[in-house]
Write a protein that binds this ligand. Structure first.
Ligand SMILES: [Zn+2]
Length: 266
């Protein structure tokens, strides 16, 4: 396999991804996010839960306009992502991107994963959407997930911590490394926003970032067409490992600080 992924786009390019979209998404916050997509002509990844059973994602009453709005966004250049099936935390299997302890998919037998992926795609297509990319809930997916996706002709996924797209397990991985806008000198960076939990201040921060950087935002279609893809170089693999370690260590430190604060207050 060729190793083409040493090339870091300069200046940096960004992708925007909105997660946990379903008819009960936080209505007002999602409206504000859509306003930003229109205002700055962004072509984001929209990660949609086909048949949501996760209570945490039932924030607003189900909106009858939801699916029609997604179709409009897709027509304007957004890429539809399959974000799991029910979005349930039911497995503790180890994921390729071990950022969370629980997962909907990682560790689940292959035949179940195949069924859920196939039914999930069917649901989105019945709503008039054309899902092109896999977005694993809780970053949880394994070899069986990749095989099921390939069987369904889905060859793209949004995950991983490298700074360039790469090929692994027969799929093209478009990394997702940020959960808030952050200026970078080079590389391809996906910023993931959760409309259900984003604060007004976070949406404002995104608007401020888009004001200065909208021209650096790209789309999945452009990434696939323009950026070289191959196996990750050893250097980039090490970078991704270090990034994973930094994120996990940051979490431990935050948890310890919170515990210490609680101790001080009690
Ligand atoms: Zn999710």
């Amino acid at each position: 396999m060729k190793t083409a992924s040493a090339f870091l786009p300069t200046p940096a390019r960004y992708l925007l991804r909105f997660d946990d979209l379903c008819p009960t998404v936080a209505r007002e916050r999602w409206r504000q996010c859509r306003a930003l997509i229109h205002e700055f002509h962004i072509r984001p990844i929209l990660a949609v839960v086909p048949d949501n059973l996760d209570r945490e994602l039932r924030v607003s009453p189900a909106d009858a306009r939801f699916w029609r709005e997604l179709c409009t966004l897709e027509q304007a250049g957004a890429t539809i992502g399959l974000h799991g099936y029910h979005h349930l935390r039911q497995s503790r299997g180890r994921s390729f991107v071990p950022l969370q302890r629980f997962s909907e998919f990682a560790g689940v037998p292959g035949h179940w994963q195949r069924t859920w992926i196939s039914e999930g795609l069917d649901i989105l297509r019945r709503h008039g959407l054309n899902p092109k990319i896999w977005v694993a809930p809780m970053h949880g997916f394994d070899g069986n997930t990749l095989r099921a996706l390939k069987d369904e002709c889905i060859h793209l996924l949004s995950d991983g911590l490298a700074r360039v797209p790469f090929v692994r397990g027969g799929l093209t991985w478009i990394p997702q490394q940020l959960w808030a806008p952050l200026e970078k000198a080079q590389g391809l960076w996906t910023i993931c926003i959760h409309p259900n939990t984003a604060s007004a201040a976070q949406v404002e921060a995104l608007r401020a970032f888009l004001r200065g950087h909208a021209h650096q935002f790209t789309s999945v279609d452009s990434v696939v067409a323009e950026l070289p893809r191959g196996a990750l170089t050893v250097g980039e693999q090490i970078y991704a490992q270090m990034a994973l370690r930094r994120i996990l260590m940051g979490r431990v430190k935050r948890r310890l600080a919170e515990r210490q604060q609680k101790h001080t207050w009690s």
